[in-house]
Write a protein of this length. Structure first.
Length: 243
């Protein structure tokens, strides 16, 4: 990862619900404006003390204290609800431990720690699984985005199809009206030529006028039928169209 391109360190200062400033250690950019918040403040001093213990009992006591500290930090981190402070971030936070041994020691003394963290919307990560976890989240988010986009495209497609079908109905109705207008025009032309023109010409002849009257040509072209509905089939998912 490249700093300031793939991630940013302690640059986002936000305010939680109690009016306190909170500063995540790292915000990882997944692309498309999506981010994952990473916290690296988990205490591990008790674990280091355990390595210097003089006997096994003292070592076990300090490792147990380490497990309690990790669980307590999970609860504190969950209370910060970083996901509510950043837009377009999943509803969990990655709690990073700098070595696998820190996690293994805590789980040995507190086997329910992992499940407790998951329920608290905290993902515990170490150098071994951090990148794999981030890639998994990024892949799942990408698939989710593609699914949402596909649903939106399908919805818009159904709406567009419905509107085209409605427009086709309007055009067919307009065509039918034009067809009736042509029929009425041709009937009027026929009546004019059969009843009006002969009488007018007879009057002109009796008066000695030039009886030249131009014949009216009927409209021979018919309105073209719109075949969209008959060739395209019904609207997807039974949509009937939106005006």
């Amino acid at each position: 990862m490249v700093e300031h391109v793939d991630f940013e360190q302690q640059v986002h200062v936000v305010t939680d619900g109690e009016g306190k400033n909170v500063r995540p250690d790292m915000v990882i950019n997944l692309g498309g404006g999506k981010t994952i918040v990473v916290d690296a403040k988990a205490p591990f001093g008790a674990f280091l003390d355990a390595q210097d213990a003089d006997d096994e009992a003292a070592r076990q006591e300090r490792v147990a204290a380490h497990a309690r500290n990790v669980r307590r930090h999970v609860e504190q981190l969950a209370g910060k609800q970083y996901w509510a402070q950043f837009a377009r971030t999943p509803e969990f936070v990655v709690m990073f431990l700098p070595a696998d041994a820190f996690l293994h020691a805590a789980l040995d003394h507190d086997p329910g720690l992992w499940d407790h963290a998951i329920r608290s919307k905290i993902i515990i990560a170490t150098p071994t699984n951090l990148l794999m976890s981030l890639r998994t989240v990024a892949y799942m988010w990408q698939k989710h985005t593609q699914s949402v986009n596909a649903e939106e495209i399908a919805k818009l497609g159904r709406e567009l199809y419905g509107r085209i079908a409605t427009m086709a109905d309007h055009l067919n109705a307009m065509g039918a009206s034009l067809g009736k207008a042509v029929d009425n025009f041709n009937k009027t032309v026929g009546s004019f030529e059969g009843r009006v023109i002969p009488g007018a010409r007879k009057i002109a002849e009796l008066r000695g006028d030039d009886p030249a009257l131009k014949d009216l040509a009927p409209v021979e072209r018919s309105v073209r039928a719109l075949t969209f509905l008959s060739t395209a089939g019904p609207a997807p998912d039974g949509d009937t169209g939106v005006a």
